[in-house]
Design a protein around this ligand. Sequence first.
Ligand code: FAD
Ligand code: SIN
Length: 549
Amino acid sequence: MLASHALESQNRFELKKTTDILILGSGIAGLSLAIKTAMARPDLEISLITKVEQGESNTRYAQGGIAAVWNDDVDNHDKHVADTLDAGDGLCDEDVVRIVVEEGPERVREIIDWGTRFDKNKAGDNYSLGIEGGHSEKRILHYKDLTGFEIQRALVEKAKGMENIKLYEHFYAINLLTPHHLGFNITRVTPNIECYGAYILDKSDGEIYTFLSKITVIATGGAGQIYRNTTNPIIATGDGIAMLYRAKGRIESMEFVQFHPTALYNPAGENPDFLVSEAVRGYGAILRDLEGNEFMQNYDPRKSLAPRDIVARAIDNEMKKSGSDFVYLDCTHLDKEGFYSHFPTIYDKCISLGIDPMKDYIPVTTACHYMCGGIQVDKQGRTSINRLYACGECTYTGLHGANRLASNSLLEALVYSHRIHSDIIQQIGNYEIEHKIPDWDATGTNQPKEMVLITQSMKELKEVMSSYVGIVRSNVRLKRASDRLKLLYEETEALYRSTSLSPQLCELRNLISIGYLVTRSAAMRRESRGLHFTTDYPENLEFIDVTIL
Ligand code: FAD
Ligand code: SIN
């Protein structure tokens, strides 16, 4: 009896980990923050957590590139600011836009210094700059159509050499630790809630660790997996946003879900959908209907290079008119050598499906691509919970407003990881580890995993969101979505309380929360603006407000 008790307390002890800074997520946001903080403060231990291997993230799939004012002869900050504000349809925070645009080029130079490569012009004396929808000048730095892969590679290599970054791969963050875990009753209006770390599941053996930290950072990326069609990898399940919401933090602008206009039409139902970068349209490709007619001039004078909300809605409308599931992207007039050197991955993918982009029109369709809303943060990246920061796609900083300008998200992540880094360095001395947090309580969760319930509920969720909370919304559709989501929520919570924990069940639970947040925010916005279009309120009202949950 005594021996087994001793063993139990030893195990308990081993299930606690303490660290100075806990970063959840190893995409561009988490990695760049970890690297610069580790460089500045070798005395601090940084734990970097990822639920898969360190190279996998949304970041890795970024194609088009990173927007930054680079050619001062023709471009300037004011133009980049104006383009961002225009895309954001009246809801951007102009101070934030200016901060990101002005600090952006220096942050990009930093990742170049850390080993990231971008394509150069033919003379090799400057960067080759691309253009995408909504940009008035060429300002997108890119590495072929593999920009994200190259950035992720360079950051992972840089981080590997740093002794004070402890990387935990295949560790899944479940919940944030707050006074709730010390027995206090907290609500969304409780002031000064603090975060003490997170419960984290080791996927290799199912153990749940209590990670105690002085400061925690959420950098868990987006949530595209709430829809049937998405360009986001399967890791994009909105875990960080859902965790923050459960911890009673503030979330903003979740109704603004960006659909990319040109995912490769995917009748086989692959998850994720393969992206055909907007840079292809920047290079001269043209959208055409099923008869081969150009149609974008009927929607916007900028035609195929209008901002993404406009192009996605136009394609949605064309598909509804024709009853088809796709439109065409015409690259046949572009030169093969140039196309291949810019877009080798896209070219090879099309060829693998029997589509020759130089001879055939590419069938494309809309797919969920980016969450413009998320965890509300201030200009230092602080959330509404003390000792808790957030960075990257999981946040709402005010940069994107009602619609993100293409290639501004990688930039936003770099600028905010730097700002968080500066704040952490100043603040960390004020915090101690909270040792009184109890270990994970698994009482009553003995039933075996019910995978069939989890996978079916996941399918139902995606159907509900795609059918009723997609590009075009209405009161009736949102009400129906909300009713269906309530049922899914209740069933999943019951499963969560009784079943041994699995990442799949946690992800389902998180995605249902994200679905709820998107649907509820959409119902609250009684106008059409940016990415939110509802047939009940088709007008863009001339007042500025925000939706905060
Ligand atoms: P991510 O890169 O998604 O990283 C999230 C990390 O969090 C991952 O390491 C993941 O494993 C981890 N994680 C998540 N949940 C948990 C959990 N519960 N526990 C532990 N770890 C967890 N933007 C641009 O600016 N330019 C582009 O050209 C561009 N192209 C894109 C193309 C595609 C196909 C896609 C999908 C997106 C594109 N974007 C682009 C958007 C951009 O890539 C993302 O917004 C950005 O990379 C997000 O970075 P992040 O660091 O916030 O999150
Ligand atoms: C793309 O390459 O089209 C994606 C760019 C982005 O999402 O910013």
